[in-house]
Design a protein around this ligand. Sequence first.
Ligand code: FES
Length: 399
Amino acid sequence: MKVKVGLFGLGDMLKFKHLGDNREKAIEEASEQELPCSYKANDIARLYHPYKQYLIIKDIIKENEDTKSFILVADKSKQKELAPFKAGSYLSIYVHDKDNSLLSRTYSIVSSPKEVFDSNEGFYKITIKRVDNGALSNFMLDKATIGMKLESSEPGGFLTYNSLRDSKNVIALAGGVGITPFVSMAKAIVEGIEDFNLTILYGVRTSKDILYKDELLDIINKSNNKVKVIHVFSDEKLDNEEHGFITSELISKYASKFSDNSNYSIFVAGPTLMIDNLRNNELPKLNLLPKYIRIENSPLYLDGDSNVYNIKIITKGKEPLVIKAKGNETILEALERNNVMIRSKCHLGGCGYCRSRLIKGEYASTKYLKLNEVDKKFNYIHPCCSYPRSDLEIEVFEY
Ligand code: FES
C-alpha cells in the first residue's frame, strides 16, 4: 500500500519525530520558579460563586407595620467581600434560632449591584414582610437585631435582564413585597449598569401598602424617562390612579406607551395568588413568545396530610439519625428543624442545590418540581418542595 505524504503532512511528521527531544529541552530551560498556586480565574469564580456567605446585620429599617429591611454586610472575620450579583437576584438566608434549629428562605436583593462594591462597606439590602407560617420571615421581624450573624447562599435567580433574550422594553408586574427585585433593576438602570426601559405595574391594596415610594420617585426623576411606576390599587379608588387588579388590558395599555412601540418582555414577582391568576388567565391573552415572560414563583405549600412520619437520615461519616416530619411540612423544613443543614437556594425545586437521595419511602411534591432524567434514574429528590407521605430513608449531603 502506498502512503501519500503531502507537504504539510511531512512537516507534522518531522515535528512529531522531535517531540520527545523538544520536551526535554523545554523542561531543561524552564524557570525554577514555582508555578502560582492561585489563578485569577479561580479567584473570580470563588468571588462570584462562594460556597457560603457569612453576613452580619448592620442596620434594620422599619418600612411599615409588618415589613422591615435589613442591611447585610460581610462578616470580615470570615470573608473579605460580598459576591456580586445582577439586579433581580435573590439570596437564600440561613439563620440558627435559639433552639438551635435552622431556618432558611429566599429573599430578593433590593439594593443596587453597585452597592456591593461600596468603598467603605459593600452591602446587600433585603426586605421582609410578615407572612402566615413564615418561620424565618417572622423570626427576622420579631427577633433579629443589629449585629446578628447569619449565613447566605451566593446570589442567584432567573428574574434578571438579559439583552440577548429579553426585549429592551420590560413591563414588570409586582405585588406587595414583590416590588423588591424591580427596585434593584430600576437603580441599576439609573446607575448605567443596565440599559432597558422598565415600566412597573405595582399592585397593592391601598396607598399605605406602597413600599419604596420615595426611593422610586427619586429613581424615576433621575431615569431620563426609562423607569416608570404605575400603582394599581385593589382596595382604594384614587384620582388618576389605576384601580383593580393587573389584567392583560392594563398590561397592553402601558406596553403601547413605549416610545419605539416594539415588542416587550414581562417580568413577574409577587404573591402566589397574583402569579397564578396572571399565569393562568391574563398572560396567555397577550400571545407573547415564552422567552418574553419571566416569572419568579413564590414557594407553594401542600396541605392535607396531618400525619407525622419518621425520616431516617444517612450522612456520610455520621451515625444515622431519625427525625420526625409532619406531612404538611417540606422534608427540608423537617431537616432544618432538627438542625440538619443541607445546601438550598431557590426553595422551589428549580436549582437542584438541595438534591438528596431517596432510599426508601413515598413523598409528594409541589407542581414546580422538575426532576431531570438523572434524578429520576438514581432516585434523587428535592427536599425543598417534597413532603413525606410515609416513613422515609434518605441520604443527605451536609452543608
Ligand atoms: S433549593 Fe433549589 S431545588 Fe431545592
